[in-house]
Design a binder for this molecule. Sequence first.
Ligand SMILES: NCc1[nH]cc(CCC(=O)O)c1CC(=O)O
Length: 311
Amino acid sequence: MSVPELIRIVSRDSPMALAQVDRVRAELAAARPNVRTEVVPVRTTGDKWLGELSKVEGKGAFTKEVDAALLSGEADVAVHCLKDVPADRPLPAGTVFAAFLRRDDVRDALVHPGGLTLDQLAPGTRIGTSSVRRSAQLAAGHPHLRCVPFRGNANRRLEKLAAGEADALLLAASGLERIGRTDVISEVLSPETMMPPVGAGILALQCREGDTGLIDTVSALGHPDTHREATAERMFLHVLQGHCNSPIAGYARVDRGGELSLRACVFTPDGKTRLNAHEWAGRLDPATLGTSVAVSLLRQGAREIIDGIPH
Ligand SMILES: NCc1[nH]cc(CCC(=O)O)c1CC(=O)O
């Protein structure tokens, strides 16, 4: 098994993605001082197409070109937001996850130029979000607000907000942190107010499965509790089999005592129906916990809700 001298890192080319790569390079430099790194930025379908994602690649819109660069050998490691990597199908053949980095904040943040909180927003306030998970939960808790479709990377969305295309935005707190814009946050929403998506705040490193020396090298960046949480959440989604338009939330957490739990929800788009499950792993491994929570939601009618949503 040979230790690589140079690792070429492929990622999307948005400011958030490049900040993520900076973190990976810094952690690699600290863990493996003899390894050099290079960045291979690529633009994905999800970056180029600003219409509805379900009309193009749907799931995988932010990962396809990155995966292609890895598989063709143009790069050695891909950095992904785990949230953008489809969980209901296997990873592209020939690739594996080599590490999940320590998880960042999982919560969503409200960006309101006037500094108001969600509960203070006036009826009719336009919230820029194309996320079905966010809009279903807003419809349930704050039915007087109006969601308007909003796409583009986080910097682009902040520009569109400043241009008046919406009155407020919902964005991941971790993403705003990565681009150095926590200054625009008017409220960080609790997971109870806005249940996070599967994979929130986790960066994943993906390699070709045969590169055992490289996998061994980059696995030094892996964070064990984040690995347990990611495994439970992704197995949950794998068993549930959602689609592009199905509002689903899933949030696993290892508590201070080391116990793993998983909370998950399925919503109708209007937010009027919400199925909930919350289980502790106990003696189950993370993947079995994810399976159990999915089965619990399926018993409550999740399949009928998901299949009933046009996609
Ligand atoms: N779909 C884009 C995307 N993918 C991951 C994040 C946030 C960062 C993360 O959860 O790792 C974002 C932006 C957002 O939802 O505001």
